[in-house]
Design a protein around this ligand. Sequence first.
Ligand code: UD1
Length: 328
Amino acid sequence: MKVLVIGGAGYIGSHVTREFLDRGHEVTVFDNLSSGLRENLFPEAVFIHGDILRYEQLTSAMRERGGMEAAVYLAAFKAVGESMVKPEKYSVNNITGAMNLLNAASETGLKYIIFSSSAAVYGSPAYLPIDEKHPTNPENYYGFTKLEIERFLAWYDRLKGIRYASLRYFNAAGYDVEGRIKGLEQNPANLLPVIMEAARGMREELRVFGDDYDTPDGTCIRDYIHVSDLAIAHALALEYIAKNGESLTVNLGSETGSSVQEVLETARRLTGQPIPSRVVGRRPGDPAKLTASAALARELLGWKARHSDLETLIKTSWEVYRNVPLGK
Ligand code: UD1
C-alpha cells in the first residue's frame, strides 16, 4: 500500500517506517524535523520535508506517487508535564494538526488512518489491567488532545468513510531489535532514555519521582512496550481496517508491570554502569500503577508483545546509547 508516515523521522515513526518497508509497502515520510532526525530516514522511503500545520503541504504530499491510500499519524507533542503548562502548544500541534490531517484525507480521498493514541486517555485507573472499556477521563492536557482526536476520527469515519485504527500505547521504549535505528530522542523526559543518558554520563543522575507509592518497592509501576512491537501492531492494524472495512481502537501494552526501581536495577546490571540516582518528590499526576490488557489487540490483530521484556528493552537501548560519542 502507499503509506504516508507523518512524523516518520521521529523515534516511534522511524520504527514504524522500517516495519512498513520490510513488509513491502511504498512509504513516504512526511516530517518537519522539529524533533525528528535525518539520520532516522531510510533511502527506500521517499522523504518530504513538510509540516502538518501547512495544509497545502499535507494535501500535496497525499497526492504524491499517484495518491496515498493510508496515513500513519505520529507527529504530535507528548510531554505530559509540558502539556499542563503550555496547553496552547498542544492545541495547535496536536488538535489543529489532526484536523488538517482529517480534512486533507477527506479532500484527497485517503482511506485509512493509523493514529498514535495513548493510555493517557484513561486517566487514573479504576481497575487493572486497563482494557478498552475502562472509562476515559484524561488527567492531563496531552491525554485530552488524544481523546479529542479519537472523537474526530469517529465522526469522519461516520461522515466520510475514513477508516482508522486508534492505538492506545502504554509506555513505549527500546530500540530496533536489529539495530538499524540509532537516532537519540532529543531532551527526553521518559524513564528509559533518562536512565540511558545517566548510564552514558550524558546527565548526572536519574531522579526517581517518589518511593512512597503503594507498590512492593514504593516506586511507580508501568507497562513498557517495545517500539518494534508497536511498529508491528501498526502494520497489522492497517491490514485489519483495510480488510474488514471497519475502524478499531485497541490498547498496546506488554501486560507486564515493572517498577522504576526494577528498571533501574536491571539497567545497572545490563550496562555495568553505576547509574547514579536520587529519590525526589512525587511527580504530580503519576498514578501508582498502570498495566494494560492487550486482549483485544490479540483477538482482532493476532498481535502480542514479543520484544517487551525488560532485558530486551534495556539491551536494545543501551546498544544505541553506549555508542554515542561522549560530549554529545
Ligand atoms: C506518560 C503517559 C503515557 C504517554 C507517555 C508519553 C500518563 C498516565 N501516561 O507516561 O500515556 O504515552 O507519558 O510521554 O499520562 N520517572 C522517574 N524519573 C524520570 C522519568 C520518569 O522516576 O526522570 C518515572 C515516572 O514517575 C513514572 C515512570 O518513571 O512512574 C514512567 O514515566 P514516563 O516515562 O514519563 O511515562 P509515563 O508518565 O508513565
